[in-house]
Design a protein around this ligand. Structure first.
Ligand SMILES: Cc1cc2nc3c(=O)[nH]c(=O)nc-3n(C[C@H](O)[C@H](O)[C@H](O)COP(=O)(O)O)c2cc1C
Length: 212
């Protein structure tokens, strides 16, 4: 092994002050996921193990590391909404990651407004300029290479309706470059495991890609 390469096998530890995995696979967009329980109680939480996986039909997914309220809700209702987290919404997005009981409504907690969706029952975030209404397609419990399951779940959903604020459409083209303000994240796992998730300011300092 050349001296200029740090090599490790994750099962045996990374040998560094912090696990670099999350930061290497980054920056990632945020899955800001709204859901509701069977009684209609609302939930909103950020997920950075998030991405798009198919074009036609559009499918997005996120991973719940541990059994969380979003997963429980989505298993029961089969629906969720994704909301674009923009820089002006970063503070409120952070507040939604608080570990609170299922009955706490993170829309209220963070001062955000639920807006009725058109196809699904779950509301979207009115303040967010883009939202997807999604119906669950698969919920997959993750497993190791040896087949042993781990307490993480990949939740995949078909995007059945899309809301785009018109200021993001320039001559009908979605204006991706204007997403210098788009919220992306690297290294969430490190900060989360180090117990600093309630420090919005510190966390926010690592949220944005260079130049954003
Ligand atoms: C920026 C950010 C990204 C996060 N990404 C994830 C993630 O990918 N998976 C996960 O399980 N938790 C993630 N979390 C933590 C959850 O947001 C947190 O556990 C939250 O309380 C879950 O809410 P829920 O129980 O209402 O679903 C993230 C937190 C922050 C602040």
């Amino acid at each position: 092994m050349p001296d200029d390469i740090h090599f490790y096998e994750p099962a045996n530890g990374h040998g560094l002050p912090h696990d670099p995995f999350n930061a290497i696979v980054g920056p990632r967009p945020i899955g800001w996921i709204s859901s509701q329980d069977a009684d209609g109680r609302l939930n909103l939480a950020p997920y950075s193990f998030f991405n798009a996986f198919n074009y036609i039909p559009p499918i997005i997914g996120f991973s719940s590391v541990g059994r969380k309220d979003s997963l429980n809700n989505i298993e029961r209702t089969g629906e969720f909404a994704w909301n674009l987290a923009t820089r002006p919404l970063a503070e409120q997005m952070n507040q939604c990651s608080a570990m609170v009981p299922p009955e706490v409504n993170e829309f209220e907690l963070s001062g955000l407004t639920p807006a009725a969706s058109k196809v699904i029952q779950v509301p979207r975030v009115a303040e967010s300029p883009v939202s997807f209404e999604c119906k669950v397609t698969q919920i997959i419990q993750l497993q190791r290479a040896d087949g042993n399951v781990v307490p993480s779940w990949l939740i995949l959903g078909e995007v059945v309706a899309v809301h785009i604020a018109k200021w993001l459409l320039k001559d009908g083209v979605y204006d991706t470059p204007s997403f210098n303000s788009h919220l992306a994240i690297k290294g969430w796992g490190v900060r989360h495991r180090r117990g600093r998730t309630d420090s919005a300011r510190r966390r926010a300092s690592g949220l944005f890609p260079a130049g954003a």
